[in-house]
Write a protein that binds this ligand. Structure first.
Ligand SMILES: NC(=O)c1ccc[n+]([C@@H]2O[C@H](COP(=O)([O-])OP(=O)(O)OC[C@H]3O[C@@H](n4cnc5c(N)ncnc54)[C@H](O)[C@@H]3O)[C@@H](O)[C@H]2O)c1
Length: 318
């Protein structure tokens, strides 16, 4: 369990799905949080309650691909700003490029000037369409540098490189979390990622769209498990990248069927062609997280999916 308390912390992407959960947990633990976001994929709704309930929360509406001035002393920067849905990889490719490249660089400089620990939201996408299974941190990945997912995958890979240089050259205290597919409350309804898409379709009794024949797999983790892992990593002294994900693997077809059952939907499944470079299998090897952080996921998919479906149901009624 995390002991991060009474620190001054900057969270980029605070109005997004993961950033808003992270900010809330940090505030609940008595930390001061400065949230930053430009709402390109996040929403004000995700932070309204933080602004009204927590006096220790302040918010800056800024684009982090520009240098950021922050008056407060900072103990930590959690850099979580970046569009993360494959649907955005093409629509927002220039934003992902500048956020991943300039944004990460300027924030590393800010961390250096504040002597803050820098926690970077990397991704399982650094492994691309993996040829090794499950993916250990040592695996170097299979990414198409000019493909449709490249701007995201390569920005995460380059981000890790930048952290390594700032650590080695300037002694910056750095952490890299390779996040595997995470789901939960506050994802956007039309986010484009599989779980929000399936749940929205199921709750509206529309056909669920599965790409390919549905045999490709993902390993899905519930948001509270991810936040627990991120905080343990932040407090540790582990500077190498760490996979944080749920190793339980599920095919997209089974996931769609499970969501239909859990949401008591009348929907059917329809199949569409697999997008280019879509990874066929994804499964984290979490032995590093187990050994070094004493972390492993606790929430079973059925429990996490039911909570998420309930949240989407309430949201659709509004
Ligand atoms: N959700 C996952 O399964 C997953 C998996 C791997 C990695 N990640 C990483 O975790 C982080 C958060 O992802 P998420 O799922 O919450 O996505 P999200 O889209 O819900 O959140 C990203 C937030 O960053 C903000 N943002 C984007 N560009 C910005 C910029 N230039 N300036 C300021 N704010 C900006 C967006 O408005 C949004 O609020 C991202 O870095 C993502 O790459 C997520």
């Amino acid at each position: 369990m995390s002991m991060l308390r009474e620190k001054s912390i900057l969270v980029t992407g605070a109005a997004g799905f993961i950033g808003s959960h992270l900010a809330e947990v940090l505030l609940n633990q008595g930390n001061e949080v400065v949230g930053v976001d430009n709402f390109i994929t996040g929403s004000r709704e995700n932070i309204d309650h933080l602004q009204s309930v927590y006096p220790k929360f302040t918010f800056l509406e800024r684009d982090i691909s520009q240098p950021l001035d922050v008056d407060e002393e900072l103990d930590y920067i959690f850099h979580f700003a970046c569009p993360a849905s494959p649907a955005d990889f093409e629509r927002l490719r220039f934003n992902i490029l500048t956020t991943g490249c300039f944004g990460t660089f300027y924030l590393l400089q800010l961390a250096q000037s504040k002597e803050a620990t820098f926690v970077f939201a990397s991704s399982s996408e650094v492994y691309g369409d993996p040829e090794q299974h499950p993916q250990r941190e040592k695996y170097r990945g299979n990414v198409n540098t000019t493909g449709p997912r490249a701007v995201y995958d390569e920005s995460k890979r380059y981000g890790e490189t930048m952290l390594t240089v700032f650590h080695d050259e300037f002694g910056l205290d750095t952490r890299m979390v390779r996040i595997f597919n995470t789901y939960g409350e506050r994802m956007r309804l039309h986010d484009g990622r599989a779980i929000p898409a399936f749940i929205t379709q199921a709750l509206l009794d529309e056909d669920l769209t599965v790409f390919g024949d549905g045999s490709q797999t993902r390993s899905i983790q519930y948001i509270s498990d991810l936040i627990g892992g991120v905080l343990l990593l932040a407090e540790s002294d582990v500077i190498e990248p760490v996979n944080i994900g749920n190793p339980q693997e599920i095919t997209m077809k089974l996931l769609a069927e499970e969501i239909i059952i859990l949401s008591k939907s009348k929907s059917k499944i329809v199949y569409r062609p697999l997008p280019k470079d879509d990874p066929k299998r994804r499964q984290p090897d979490i032995s590093t997280a187990k050994q070094l952080l004493d972390w492993e996921p606790r929430v079973m998919p059925e429990e996490g999916l039911l909570r998420t479906i309930d949240w989407f149901r309430r949201k659709l009624k509004r």
